[in-house]
Design a protein around this ligand. Structure first.
Ligand code: AMP
Length: 269
């Protein structure tokens, strides 16, 4: 496994390898990330994983600084997974890189998380664009856990005619249904149980809503979740294709962002 920190060096090293699979991450790796790696391995392409905590996508410096980091452990995980290349760009280096493409931010960026985190998706698209321009992979693996991010990256690639295949990966959950997240590491035992209960409530309500969209009241669901003692940032039903409130018999997911103490979690079920 080659660990590369410099933009120019990685470009040079990857120049000959044109069948690359790429998995961008912010590190503090967990089973969710590993599920993406395992999926990528089925292709037999060489795999590049990047670890970069991108300051431009955080609301403030405090949030950026407190994001969980564990590079030593991450590298051990990647070594065990037999990854070919790990890219660890430095902030200055990657932002000095001159990009060819213009950031395209679809209006869906104003919905869900974008409504509460100004500048977040611009920061996400900017960094993914840089990483992809540098690595030039054939395939990129992205998780549906961050569904809004996945859609916005897709729209940016499509607008800029990227020749890249996006592999959408299912959300990996623990035995109790909680979506794996680096931020779960900041939860205490009690908060973990609450987060698992949120999943249980959402799952139950989704089944009910599927049969009963007409009679369903979002406030009812909100009350059930708030009674667990947490703060909801948003909760919304969206058709996964139209990205609008679903009509009867359409497929949809419940999208949620909430705070457990200082930890912000998102999911869609
Ligand atoms: P992150 O390190 O949180 O930026 O995530 C890196 C990639 O892993 C993104 O494409 C995420 O959507 C994906 N990811 C994060 N958590 C999960 C999960 N529990 N299941 C599947 N993919 C995930």
């Amino acid at each position: 496994m080659k660990v590369i920190k410099n933009t120019k060096i990685i470009k040079r090293i990857l120049k000959g390898s044109r069948s690359l699979s790429f998995i961008p991450t912010m590190g503090s790796l967990h089973n969710g990330h590993i599920s993406l790696i395992k999926k990528a391995k089925r292709d037999k392409n060489k795999i590049v994983v990047s670890i970069f905590v991108n300051p431009k996508q955080f609301e403030n410096n405090k949030d950026y600084k407190s994001y969980p980091r564990n590079l030593g452990k991450d590298l051990n995980i990647l070594k065990k997974q037999k990854i070919d290349f790990v890219f660890l760009p430095r902030v200055k280096d990657i932002y000095l890189y001159k990009t060819k493409n213009k950031i395209y931010l679809d209006k869906f960026s104003k919905n869900l998380c974008g409504k509460y985190r100004s500048g977040h998706f611009k920061g996400v698209i900017d960094i993914v664009n840089r990483l992809v321009e540098i690595v030039r992979p054939k395939k990129i693996y992205l998780g549906k856990k961050d569904y809004q991010q996945l859609i916005l990256i897709k729209k940016h690639f499509s607008k800029n005619n990227f020749k890249i295949k996006i592999i959408e990966c299912n959300t990996y959950r623990d035995a109790f249904g909680l979506a794996e997240s680096s931020r779960n590491k900041s939860l205490n035992e009690n908060q973990l149980n609450v987060a698992r209960n949120v999943y249980r409530i959402l799952k139950k309500n989704k089944l009910f809503i599927k049969r009963n969209l007409k009679n369903y009241r979002l406030n009812n669901l909100k009350k059930q979740i708030i009674s667990l003692g947490l703060k909801i940032e948003y909760i919304k039903l969206l058709n996964l294709k139209t990205l609008k409130y679903p009509k009867i018999n359409e497929n949809f997911n419940i999208f949620i962002a909430y705070y457990l103490g200082k930890t912000r979690l998102i999911d869609n079920i």
